[in-house]
Design a protein around this ligand. Structure first.
Ligand code: NAI
Length: 698
């Protein structure tokens, strides 16, 4: 037995004994395939070739086989040895992949170059490359269809899905499941192994245009605007009639091309921002407190969802409502979430029943259990919220963390007069709270490091994307949303129609247009908010009365009333003539000369308004770094992930262009368009927002 003594030996261990060679991928924690691993694998393959091994077993050290390529290397030129070349040689060896744990991306491609695959029961397998904007780059699109057929390969690769060992066995992707895959590989007879062909020597798969079309349609819906899933499907489709060597060459060229492209860069940016957010709870000066019990106040849309989410991670949860009737409604809201969980296959009816009885619903604050955290989700009115916290302060120990789910209100004011204010903060969940990934964590003037760390740790347990924000009207997300809506409303006054704005923004990649979103959430909510802020009276913004009139004069509150910006029938949404008339009347009354807007101009104005507001937010220190703003927009507001968020998008456009646009727009409308602070300076210094991300990465 010997382990190679070269420098790169640590990344792949090699043991050769009695004609058998064992290669162990060893790059903790999850054996990501970076340059060292490729070098190690290359050396291991050479050692097995030299020893003329009659059996090669490839496995991974620790809990994973290999979690995929090292995406950090994707920004640099590819360095040899390249995985496709190494795998072409591995494929000529009598190799068995012993999949001890996850085999993803390049990890699964290594396994596909082996002749037999045996997986441990908990193993997850997949080729998730498209989620990073690339296609598999080491034979995945060529070997997989030859093993499991075009239909299954198209689905797996274009969705970037991860499947279980059992599913992989059913598909024929692996040959067996064994508790100890290395031992199972050892016991495979040499005859069986020799009888196995390399995947690329198998016959070409049968063409399946229907399956390819179905996968293309699905990818258009699931990953609208993204090129990688379609490029992967092109490659898979071609396996039916393209020689393997040509197919591999095409795949590699496509991989390298996409890797440098804007979509892959944007998707990598979001991926790394998410990882930084998930790791953030460890980056504070103080350790997080472990939170195992909670009180949620208010059992409406948000409170019920928050209680359900907390229960699902094992937090003992009590919900407090204002009176018996409200408590009954809250009970119904919670029960509905558990029932939906059963319908979606998340839990069994028995588990749902147990869950429903775990969450206690009560009225008033008498004899509340001394919980670790209390989260308030009552009406959006400061006096109501202040009264709730006064009651919680009296009823709970002064170590209990107190959190408000307010969307806009001043969190410092909400907690005025509360004992131990360092334990107070905002936890802004999004609707539906048990589904949406984003949580804005709002620090007040007093919030302690322990409280912040605890909130981040809780968010990570909930599998959310936590982003820290300072106190201001609307924090990060809703503040940008307000600016976005305002610029769209101004375009209505100046000549656009709501459906045109919606379709331009959807074509840009937004999940929904701004007006369709309002119809979904209800125009009365935004109306109440405008009343609170008395935006009508502000001197520094153009007043657009259209949305107010829809509520006050026409009672068009959105989908729930069958009429909002659109008319709703059983056939779906239609542009409304009543709204079109209202828009034109409002233009006339405001003395605006209506003009045509192109879709490009709509997108440019809307995104520039978002960028400007984001620059204010950064300047004021409300957001810690540009990547946090990107996470907020991608996870809370349907901004296209493949554009990387609004700040990444701003870097693509460049500050000079942003400045020029603002200057140009300001010529006609100086009230709406002003240069954000620092913009001139950023242009002069040639600074990119990405530089600011680097500075603050923990
Ligand atoms: P909701 O109207 O559905 O529910 C509010 C609940 O609070 C009701 O069940 C009501 O009975 C209860 N409540 C009112 N006063 C109370 C009191 N003094 N003690 C105990 N319970 C009381 O409202 P929703 O939509 O759940 O919003 C709650 C909070 O969450 C608001 O601050 C809102 O701004 C915020 N929010 C709402 C989002 C949404 O999309 N609905 C998204 C993010 C935050």
């Amino acid at each position: 037995m010997d382990k190679t003594s070269q420098d790169n030996s640590s990344a792949v261990g090699v043991e050769i004994s009695e004609g058998q060679c064992r290669m162990t991928l060893d790059n903790p924690p999850v054996n990501v395939i970076g340059h060292q691993v490729r070098q190690g694998l290359d050396a291991a393959v050479r050692a097995a070739e030299d020893a003329r091994a009659d059996k090669v077993i490839v496995t991974g050290a620790g809990k994973a086989f290999a979690a995929g390529a090292d995406a950090k290397e994707f920004d640099q030129p590819a360095r040899p040895p390249h995985l496709p070349g190494v795998l072409a040689r591995l494929e000529q060896l009598p190799a068995i992949a012993a999949l001890n744990g996850m085999a993803l991306g390049g990890g699964l491609e290594i396994a596909l170059a082996c002749r037999i695959r045996i997986a441990a029961p908990g193993c997850r397998l997949g080729l998730p490359e498209v989620t990073l904007g690339v296609v598999p780059g080491a034979g995945g699109t060529q070997r997989l269809p030859r093993l499991i057929g075009i239909e299954a390969a198209a689905k797996l690769i274009s969705e970037g899905a991860r499947i279980t060992a059992e599913e992989a066995l059913d598909l024929g992707l692996i040959d067996a499941i064994a508790d100890d895959p290395v031992e199972a590989a050892k016991s495979v007879s040499l005859d069986t192994l020799q009888a196995r062909q390399p995947a690329l020597d198998r016959p070409a798969p049968a063409p399946n245009p229907n399956a390819i079309k179905a996968a293309r349609d699905k990818a258009h819906k699931r990953a609208r605007g993204q090129i990688a899933p379609q490029a992967a499907l092109d490659l898979i489709e071609a396996t039916a009639h393209t020689p393997p060597a040509q197919g591999l060459e095409n795949e590699r060229a496509q991989f390298l091309d996409l890797r440098q492209g804007p979509q892959a860069k944007a998707l990598r940016h979001v991926f790394f921002a998410e990882r930084a957010a998930a790791a953030r709870s460890n980056g504070f000066e103080a350790a997080p407190k472990s939170l195992s019990s909670a009180v949620v106040v208010g059992g409406g849309t948000m409170g019920a969802g928050i209680a359900y989410a907390l229960d699902s991670i094992g937090v003992t949860t009590t919900l407090v409502e204002v009176d018996t009737a409200a408590a009954e409604r809250a009970r119904t809201n919670i029960d509905k979430l558990f029932d939906e969980g059963v319908k979606r296959g998340k839990s069994t009816p028995e588990e749902a029943k147990a869950g429903k009885s775990r969450i206690a619903v009560r009225t008033g604050y008498k004899a509340l259990p001394p919980v670790d955290i209390a989260i308030e989700a009552v009406f959006e009115e400061i006096q109501v919220k202040r009264a709730v916290f006064a009651a919680l302060d009296a009823a709970l120990p002064c170590e209990t963390i107190l959190a408000t789910n307010t969307s806009y209100l001043d969190v410092n004011r909400i907690f005025e007069g509360i004992r131990a204010p360092e334990r107070c903060l905002g936890l802004h969940f999004f609707s539906p709270a048990h589904v949406m990934k984003l949580v804005e964590i709002i620090r007040t003037n007093n919030t302690s490091q322990t409280t912040l760390a605890s909130a981040f740790a809780l968010a990570a347990r909930l599998r959310k994307v936590p982003v820290e924000a300072g106190v201001c009207d609307g924090f990060i997300g809703n503040r940008i949303l307000t600016a976005y809506r305002q610029v769209c409303d101004i375009m209505l006054l100046d000549g656009a129609m709501p459906w045109q704005v919606d379709s331009a923004m959807v074509a840009f990649g937004m999940a929904m247009g701004p007006y369709a979103v309002q119809d979904l959430s209800g125009l009365d909510i935004a109306y109440a908010n405008r009343q609170r802020k008395t935006l009508r009276d502000t001197q520094d913004a153009r007043h657009v009365p259209i949305a107010d009139r829809m509520v006050e004069d026409l009672g068009r509150l959105g989908r729930k009333t069958g009429a909002g910006w659109y008319d709703y029938t059983d056939d779906g949404a239609r542009p409304s003539t009543q709204v079109a008339e209202l828009v034109e009347t409002a233009s006339k009354e405001a003395g605006c000369q209506r003009r045509a807007f192109t879709d490009d101009e709509i997108v440019a104005r809307a995104t520039t308004a978002m960028i400007c507001e984001s620059l204010h937010i950064l300047h004021e220190g409300i957001a810690r770094r540009p990547a946090d703003i990107d996470l907020v927009l991608v996870h809370g507001y349907g901004f296209p992930r493949w554009r990387g968020g609004i700040m990444h998008h701003a870097d693509r456009i460049g500050f000079e262009e942003v400045r020029d646009r603002v200057r140009r727009y300001a010529q006609d409308d100086p009230l709406s368009w002003r240069l954000p602070p620092d913009l001139e300076q950023r242009v002069a210094q040639g600074q990119a927002l990405a530089d600011l991300n680097q500075e603050k990465t923990e």
